[in-house]
Design a protein around this ligand. Structure first.
Ligand code: SF4
Length: 357
């Protein structure tokens, strides 16, 4: 069994079943999740005989990083290859006071959002909890001079996390309980899977729920997210309010601002009506064109600066808390699916601008 993805109590049980003391499981957990061990050989407080036995009966295997691209602003994009050959992306975003990691929850994605490189490629499979958490552990070792541990995690890479609920939930607990990332620093971003939002609310975790809204009315939202036709904006707002009631946590609405598509004053007023008067906030993500041979023809444009300012002002005047995402990783294809797509098309170095989740 691969020990990556097993929590402390599972490791204790495995060690017990091998006829060893349970505390060895705790030691191994510390080596994997706290000290960054990538092989049993590195676990120096465990005797050589037991290390050999572990290597013979079990494994500790990380996916290899098959491509890596570093932006001028320090953003690093990693392409990881799973044991079955599937490739997924992880983005590491260093800031002066924290290290955020954007993780993938699935190989590919079935949601087919019209502005997303991953959505264009279709769904491949769910990632295991170990494959998800490996992205955090491999991100830690990227900056060897500081060996900084990620402080914040966002599930905004490839895939719809709430369609891989069990593995995502287990990975969240691994991040919190084993690695030590505060629950409030973990954001699960969904395109709006109602049953998943309900299940997450029932867990009553203190993580942040972000819902990709992108349009304040059903017709436009269904056009941007063709798989959303069974879910209306009203359903999403209701589910979000239930989530707030169950957890006490404010909900974030992600809104990709597409020039001439969803950035009119009327759209801003509609959005403000949905969002005012309860604990939510809107995160505006100005669209940046996705270039590249495989990604042409998406047909969206960046919003004009004036339109964006007016859109934000309407929300703020209505009392809706609003932020605007700062572009990171502009030169490393840091939007989801871009690196994987580009790897199939051309050499690693690119000059593709950052788009959206
Ligand atoms: S934006 Fe997210 S949910 Fe939509 S297709 Fe891309 S990965 Fe899937």
């Amino acid at each position: 069994m691969n020990f990556l993805g097993q929590n402390t109590s599972e490791l204790e049980n495995i060690l017990r079943s091998m006829g060893e003391a349970a505390f060895r499981g705790r030691q191994i957990s510390e080596w994997i999740y706290k000290k960054g061990a990538t092989s049993f050989d590195q676990m120096t407080n465990i005797g050589a005989q037991l290390r050999q036995k572990l290597a013979a009966e079990h494994e500790l295997v990380f996916p290899p990083v098959v491509a890596r691209s570093v932006s001028g602003d320090g953003t690093t994009k990693l392409l990881l290859e799973m044991a079955d050959g599937e490739r997924i992306e992880t983005v590491r975003l260093p800031y002066p006071d924290r290290l955020s990691v954007c993780v993938s929850s699935q190989a590919g994605c079935a949601m087919a959002c019209q502005f997303c490189a991953t959505g264009l490629g279709g769904f491949r499979r769910n990632l295991s909890a170990g494959e998800i958490v490996s992205q955090i552990l491999l991100s830690r070792s990227q900056d060897e001079s500081r060996n900084q541990t990620p402080t914040h995690v966002v599930f905004m890479g490839m895939g719809e996390p709430l369609l891989n609920f069990g593995n995502v939930l287990k990975s969240v607990h691994l991040m919190h309980n084993e690695i030590g990332i505060p629950m409030r620093h973990i954001t699960v971003s969904t395109v709006g899977i109602l049953s998943g939002i309900e299940k997450l609310a029932a867990e009553k975790l203190q993580l942040t729920l972000a819902i990709s809204l992108h349009a304040p009315d059903d017709a436009l939202r269904h056009r941007l997210i063709p798989t959303s036709t069974k879910t209306g904006v009203a359903d999403l707002i209701k589910a979000a309010k239930n989530y707030v009631a169950a957890t006490g946590r404010r909900v974030t609405f992600e809104y990709v601002v597409l020039g001439g598509v969803n950035d009119t004053p009327e759209m801003a007023q509609k959005l403000a009506r949905w969002c005012k008067g309860w604990p939510c906030h809107v995160n505006l993500i100005p669209w940046n064109a996705v270039a590249g041979a495989s990604l042409e023809g998406m047909g969206f444009g960046a919003p004009k600066a004036d339109d964006l300012r007016r859109f934000r002002a309407i929300l703020e005047e209505a009392g809706v808390a609003t932020t605007q995402r700062v572009q990171r990783g502009a030169d490393v294809a840091a939007a989801c699916g871009q690196l994987r797509a580009l790897q199939q098309e051309r050499p690693f170095e690119t000059s593709i601008p950052l788009a959206v989740r």
